[in-house]
Design a protein around this ligand. Structure first.
Ligand code: HEM
Ligand SMILES: *[C@@H]1O[C@H](CO)[C@@H](O)[C@H](O)[C@H]1NC(C)=O
Length: 201
């Protein structure tokens, strides 16, 4: 959480109070993470369910997806959106057609191609630009585009993309990050407080 905090703060995002002393388990399995993490191919119903399972709301979903204001992905991840959406060599109609052809120039069928900014043109700055891209059907991941398919998440995307509301996105992001940091936290004598968060003591 401290790492994520620094990442977003140093790229111009907001700051928030990181809770410390989180009690974690003594066993850490990558398989468990894989099973619990949402897939970028999830639709809005699957995303809502995945978040709800961890006590996170639709608001948390749309706010935390704003994390994709920075960072990158690969052509491989969006290959099916470009070249095989329903298994018939088609393109995801949820992608802006101009944007889809731009992407096809970069990404070869099968997934080869350069690294792609998640928030095209603004991927090193933490801001609300991501929501503008999503609203223009220029969200790279299916899961980002899916935010337009629920009234609440759609309204949030619209709100963040129309007014200079960096302040509210930043504040919302901090709140949801603290909430996410509290998922499955242990209490009492259970588990341990890790000295280094990626390793059991
Ligand atoms: C809503 C569900 C989410 C899905 C389905 C999702 C999926 C993905 C995928 C597929 C990538 C690209 C990875 C790659 O190509 O190697 C990615 C990148 C990234 N995600 Fe998410 N993500 C979600 C939520 C979040 C949240 C909650 C955060 C943090 C608060 C986050 C932060 C990031 C960052 C920073 C990157 C860029 C990593 C880099 O540049 O190396 N994502 N995400
Ligand atoms: C396209 O998708 C279909 C169904 O998922 C799959 O059977 C087929 O192998 C895919 N084609 C390519 C070229 O990846």
């Amino acid at each position: 959480m401290v790492f994520v905090f620094l990442l977003y703060f140093q790229t111009g995002g907001s700051s928030w109070k990181v809770e410390t002393g989180r009690r974690d388990g003594r066993i850490s399995l990558s398989k468990e993470a894989d099973e619990n993490l949402p897939s970028s191919n999830f639709n809005i119903a699957q995303l809502k369910q995945n978040f709800a399972f961890k006590g996170l709301t639709k608001k948390d979903l749309v706010v935390l997806s704003g994390a994709h204001t920075i960072g990158v992905t690969s052509c491989f991840v969006i290959n099916d959106r470009l070249y095989n959406f329903t298994g018939r060599s088609d393109t995801d109609p949820a992608l802006d057609p101009t944007f889809a052809s731009e992407l096809k120039k970069k990404c070869k069928p099968g997934g080869g191609g350069p690294v792609l900014e998640l928030d095209q043109g603004s991927s090193t700055v933490s801001d609300a630009h991501f929501y503008k891209a999503v609203r223009q059907n220029r969200g790279l991941l299916t899961s980002d585009a899916a935010l337009l398919n629920d009234p609440l998440t759609r309204a949030y995307v619209k709100r963040q993309s129309t007014s200079p509301v960096k302040a509210t996105f930043g504040k919302d992001f901090g709140k949801s990050m603290v909430k996410m940091g509290g998922i499955g936290v242990l209490t009492g004598n259970e588990g341990e407080i890790r000295k280094r968060c990626a390793f059991v003591n």
